[in-house]
Design a protein around this ligand. Structure first.
Ligand SMILES: [Zn+2]
Ligand SMILES: [Zn+2]
Length: 260
């Protein structure tokens, strides 16, 4: 099949950036899978440095084939240089490492690495480290998220990502960055095929397209602001929880071992 024919059949719809209650999202993984039915064919659950919710979502989707939703197990990994989406993961990836090393770890377990919202004002990097965007031309990412629908002004940093990608020509993804199912499917990665494996092949072949499926209007604003406020509270609570618990497990030496 020629490229034109393949793109003409880019019927599949995937939201590749969604948060569940396992990080700072509002809903349980099962609720997200149900909400995805009819909106997208594939949804990637990408909690902050966490894959438990995604694993639960995948198990639920597999147990409910009538919903016709496939789940990609992912994570939004906090690298020293900013947020990186790991897709097709089977194990969690340690946060707080340089982006290049994190990408190698994602690839090491057969996953794909995507630069998340590389030009967002808040990119999630650590102070004193270069941004993912500035490192991008030299990083072996599989794709960049050129469409992220996290807020009313997303089109500004999306436009900048697309402009820079004119030069880099990385494969593209779109994701709602939904922290509430209301936004799920508001940004979709289109691909030839309908399932998670077809999507993976399309990403590797650079045959995806990114699309916004959402219009900001005045009547959406009250609900948007209300949900954003709730999501900010959850985000701050998550940071507090993470500071108390070292990742992945608190390093508490076994008392019994110590005395013997
Ligand atoms: Zn992020
Ligand atoms: Zn996110």
């Amino acid at each position: 099949m020629g490229t034109h024919a393949a793109l003409a059949q880019a019927a599949g719809r995937a939201d590749l950036h969604v948060h569940s209650s396992w990080s700072d999202g509002a809903q349980e993984p099962e609720t997200i899978v149900r909400a995805a039915a009819g909106r997208v064919d594939v949804v990637a659950i990408t909690d902050h440095d966490e894959i438990q919710g995604a694993l639960r979502a995948r198990a639920f989707a597999r147990a409910h084939p009538e919903l016709r939703v496939e789940v990609v197990v992912g994570a939004e990994i906090s690298t020293l240089n900013g947020h990186l989406l790991g897709l097709y993961l089977e194990a969690p990836v340690e946060p707080g490492r340089p982006a290049a090393e994190t990408i190698a770890r994602v690839h090491g377990q057969g996953g794909l690495a995507v630069a998340a919202h590389p030009f967002h004002p808040y990119r999630g990097g650590a102070r004193g480290h270069r941004t993912l965007a500035s490192l991008l031309p030299d990083l072996p990412v599989d794709a960049i998220e050129v469409v992220n629908n996290a807020g009313v002004w997303s089109w500004l940093y999306n436009a900048w990502a697309a402009t820079r990608n004119v030069e880099w020509l990385f494969p593209v993804t779109a994701g709602s960055d939904a922290h509430d199912v209301w936004y799920l499917g508001s940004a979709v990665t289109r691909f030839p095929g309908r399932d998670a494996q077809a999507l993976r092949r399309a990403l590797l072949a650079g045959r995806t397209r990114a699309q916004v499926d959402w219009r900001w209007s005045a009547d959406k604003l009250p609900r948007h602001l209300h949900l954003q406020l709730k999501s900010l509270v959850r985000f701050l609570a998550l940071g507090h929880r993470r500071r108390r618990l070292a990742w992945p497990e608190p390093a508490v030496p076994s008392l019994t071992r110590r005395v013997t």
